[in-house]
Every structure is written in structure tokens, then in C-alpha cells.
Design a protein. Structure first.
Length: 201
């Protein structure tokens, strides 16, 4: 049994910081975040939307990031169109029952995705079958694909853009994903609504 000690707590905090330090040092990742942010801004300016999907904790991250777009992030402004494909239980169970779980996101993209939209597929392993199927469906419809993943797996090579957290440990990847998602939300919000951003002293 692992002892419940302060060293165990501080060790996990140090592990998290170490991954964030690798994120901080990864200038190629920074460049990719800027490129993806610009792609999202261009899509939003055209009237397109940002769609996200993932499983488990990545489903929660999809909903979290979509909510930041639709509601607000740092300041009050009009909502930005974004949908998490993980939330409608009737739709998820109908598609899962009729076509199989691998298609729960792809079918939604087929029905509701439009050319010029952006799909962000989130997978810590990089191998989630339903996220990969959604990427394939997105490609067929002219939807720009973004992988939000870790250091391993197939997803990063299947998407047009890849934002890879420099880790293979699921909790540390998820912590980095929220940081990256927050950065994208902030950059999009500031670019779309500069007149709404509060003036700093």
C-alpha cells in the first residue's frame, strides 16, 4: 500500500510542474498553438463553429472548452459557436446502439458538421477509435482537424494540426490539455472581441 504522506502529495505536484516546464520549453508546440488559434479565429469570423470530442476525462475537457467559447472566458462578450459532441445521451446511445460506439462522434459530424468548421479530437492515448473515426468523417466534409493528444498514438499523424502534450502519463496529459485549451480560448476571445476586453491600468 502506498503511504499517504506529504511526500506523495508534493511528488505529484512536482511531476505536474515538470510536464508544464516541458510544455514551456517546447517552442514547436507554442507555434502550433498559435497556428490552431488562428485557424479557430478564421473559422469563427466566417460564421463556422468549433466542435470537440473525447472519452472520459477528455469528454469533460471537450465540454469545459466548449463552455468557455459559448459562455465567456476572461471577460463578457457575445458567445462563440462551439459544441461538445459528448453531451446528448439520447444521441450517443442511439448511435452507439445502431452503429456502434466507434461512430458516436463521426455520425454527429456527418449530420451537423459543415465545411470550414474545426474539429478538435481529444485523446490522451492518441488511439481512441471513435475520435479517429470522427477525424476521418471530418476530412470527408472539409472540416479542419486538430489533435489534442499526448506524445504517443496515431491521432497526431491523422490530423492536419497536432497539439501534443509532452508526456505519456494520462493525468499529466489532461492537465496540459486544459492549459492549452485555455490559451486557445483566451487568444480567440481577445482577437474576436478586442472592444470588449477590459482596459488594464
Amino acid at each position: 500500500m502506498v503511504a499517504l504522506t506529504l511526500d506523495r502529495v508534493s511528488g505529484m505536484i512536482r511531476d505536474s510542474i515538470a510536464v508544464k516546464e516541458r510544455v514551456l520549453a517546447d517552442t514547436a508546440l507554442h507555434d502550433a498553438i498559435l497556428v490552431v488559434s488562428r485557424v479557430c479565429i478564421e473559422a469563427l469570423k466566417r460564421g463556422n463553429k468549433i466542435m470537440l470530442a473525447g472519452n472520459g476525462g477528455s469528454a469533460a475537457d471537450s465540454q469545459h472548452i466548449a463552455a468557455e467559447f459559448v459562455s465567456r472566458f476572461e471577460f463578457d462578450r457575445p458567445g462563440l459557436p462551439s459544441i461538445a459532441l459528448t453531451t446528448d445521451t439520447s444521441m450517443l446511445t442511439a448511435i452507439g446502439n445502431d452503429y456502434g460506439y466507434d461512430y458516436v462522434f463521426a455520425r454527429q459530424l456527418e449530420a451537423n458538421g459543415r465545411e470550414g468548421d474545426v474539429f478538435i479530437g481529444i485523446s490522451t492515448s492518441g488511439n481512441s477509435k471513435n475520435v479517429i473515426a470522427a477525424v476521418e468523417a471530418a476530412h470527408q466534409r472539409g472540416i479542419t482537424t486538430v489533435a489534442l493528444c499526448g506524445a504517443a498514438g496515431k491521432l497526431k499523424d491523422l490530423c492536419r494540426y497536432a497539439l501534443c502534450a509532452p508526456s505519456t502519463h494520462t493525468p499529466r496529459i489532461q492537465e496540459s490539455h486544459i492549459l492549452i485549451g485555455h490559451i486557445i480560448c483566451a487568444l480567440c476571445e481577445e482577437a474576436m472581441f478586442p472592444e470588449h476586453k477590459p482596459k488594464t491600468a
